[in-house]
Each structure stands twice: as C-alpha cells, then as structure tokens.
Design a protein. Sequence first.
Length: 124
Amino acid sequence: MDRAQILVIEDLNVAGMMRNRHLARSLSDSGMGELSRQILYKAWWHGVEVRVADRFFPSSRTCSGCGELKCDLDLSARTYSCGACGLVIDRDLNAAINLARWRPKEPSTVTLLLPMRPPLLSTA
C-alpha cells in the first residue's frame, strides 16, 4: 500500500477549548473550519475515506504501548510517560498512534465525512 486509505481525525470541542484563555488566541488564529474543508477536499481528490473519532476517545491519555489509561495528563505535558510499561513518547505521536489504531465500537456510529463533488460549471 503506497498511501492511506482511511484518515481518522478527532472531533474536538473547539467551543469548549476557546473558553480556556491560554488556548483561545491560538485556536482563533488556526482556522479549524478551513483546515477541515481542505482535509475533506484533498481526501476526496485522492479517494481517501475520512472518519471522525468521538471527542471523548482518550487518544492522548492512552498508552500506545500497553493500552493503560492515564487520568492525570495536563495539557502542558508534551511527553507521555506510562507508569505501567515504562514507555516514554511524545504526546502527539502517542495520540497519532492511538488514532491510527482506533476502531469504532459500532460501525453504525462512525461519522464519515464525505465531501460533495464540486459543482460542474455550466457554459450555457
């Protein structure tokens, strides 16, 4: 396989994160709507399915080595250290590995983002 067939992204509670004064400025400047629009467009262009992981899936707090759940992980912690297996890994890499392994509990509850085909331009 040369490229991804499925892309899994997180459904983040952006409105809730905007209430955190430390995150608000960065989030307001990030253009999350445009990012998701571009992801959908590029995925459609290349035939990649986009799935949305539930916003309560603990991708950052789950150890990608052993599956242990860490309940006390602050946003300021950039490294994930597992107390069970001793794994030390970058927090974002740990979350990415967990999202790559993510499977829905029930296939019918998966949110699939399927972009609309671009409208055809009429010459008439």
